[in-house]
Design a binder for this molecule. Structure first.
Ligand code: FMN
Length: 262
């Protein structure tokens, strides 16, 4: 699948086939994509604990969040706990020196002296502050986004899940003080169609993006829109005909509750 189509087809797949295991090689490819995502200061604080539902304990499964449709966690063969490893920031200065070593950052001949007098002390001093929500969460977002595209390219489906009680998840999986779970992601083979009912609505482009001034919407070229449509980036909007029937069939097949948000 071409990249543009993969980006366009990406959906949150909430209905996964609980009876079809996911090959660990496919999860590895997702993690490889997460590993090479851009990281603030190249710190690689974005980490993942992969949970195989069949070998996890009941306490662990029960700890996983289910604010919208608890069935999602119960059906997913794999759940990835994406977390920030705070201790990675203790090495922020080393990672910076490494970037200079390998020529990723253009520094003059006195590079090490210059670094030691400028950025290194700043990074060492701010290590603790950098562990909190902020840039490192952004890193995690980039890692998850790349992993998700790799999942789509391999025919897998994913859905991110938030929680009102991360402490419970962290305790069940023995996370330490310096580790912070930010989001969990269900992964499996979609039990629903590839379109999953169509592209979800988004706010108008002009309302989201600006050029030079917040008062100036970014000019959206119709030619670009048409090009992306030809490349199958834009897909038919939800709700596609037959979606209600598809959802009803999924409810019946997996014995999902008829009431509540599923
Ligand atoms: C950080 C994050 C957390 C999310 N949390 C949940 C969740 O707890 N439960 C859920 O069903 N969907 C969750 N979603 C999925 C969104 O609701 C979904 O992206 C949205 O409905 C748009 O659909 P789409 O991803 O198919 O375009 C989450 C998505 C993100 C990015």
């Amino acid at each position: 699948m071409e990249l543009r189509e993969a980006i366009g087809t990406r959906r949150s797949y909430r209905y996964l086939d609980p009876d079809r295991p996911v090959e660990l090689e496919k999860i590895q490819r997702m993690l490889e994509a997460a590993r090479i995502a851009s990281h603030f200061g190249n710190n690689n604080a974005a980490r993942a604990l992969v949970v195989d539902r069949h070998s996890a304990t009941q306490e662990q499964i029960d700890s996983l969040p289910s604010p919208v449709g608890g069935f999602q966690i119960q059906q997913a063969p794999i759940v990835i706990l994406w977390y920030v490893e705070g201790t990675a920031m203790d090495y922020a200065a080393d990672r910076l020196i490494e970037l200079v070593d390998i020529g990723a950052l253009g520094y003059g001949p006195d590079r090490y002296e210059e670094l030691n007098n400028t950025l290194v002390p700043v990074f060492r001093k701010s290590a603790d502050a950098l562990k909190g929500p902020g840039m490192v969460d952004m890193d995690l977002g980039q890692a998850v986004a790349q992993a998700t595209l790799m999942a789509i390219e391999q025919g897998l489906g994913c859905c991110c899940q938030g929680s009102a009680n991360w402490k419970k998840v962290e305790k069940a999986f023995n996370f330490g003080e310096q580790q912070r779970v930010v989001v969990v992601q269900t992964v499996g083979y979609p039990a629903e169609s590839k379109e999953a009912g169509g592209q979800r609505p988004r706010q108008p482009f002009e309302q989201l993006f600006q050029l030079n001034s917040l008062a100036n919407p970014f000019p959206r070229s119709q030619a670009v829109v048409e090009e992306l449509t030809r490349d199958r980036f834009f897909q038919a909007p939800a709700k596609l005909p037959g979606r209600e029937e598809e959802l009803e069939a999924l409810r019946q097949k997996y014995n999902l509750p008829r009431a509540g948000m599923i």
